[in-house]
Design a protein. Structure first.
Length: 66
């Protein structure tokens, strides 16, 4: 089974371009966010970021973690 991400993070405080989303999972491939979705259950191989995750859209229109 192939994954579309290299790393997977989760936090109870995810912010997307200034909008608070809450508890979300963020999947990253080559420093770009490839997927994000609500954290509804415990998932394997997830790094929990307690201080929160700030997502920004860069000038190319790609989501990145800041």
């Amino acid at each position: 089974m192939s994954r579309d991400y290299e790393r997977r993070y989760a936090s109870s405080r995810v912010v997307l371009d200034g909008k608070f989303l809450g508890a979300y999972v963020v999947e990253v491939y080559k420093d770009k966010v490839v997927n994000y979705y609500p954290l509804t259950e415990e998932l394997p191989f997830v790094e929990y970021i307690e201080e929160g995750i700030n997502l920004k859209t860069n000038v190319d229109g790609c989501l990145i973690i800041r």
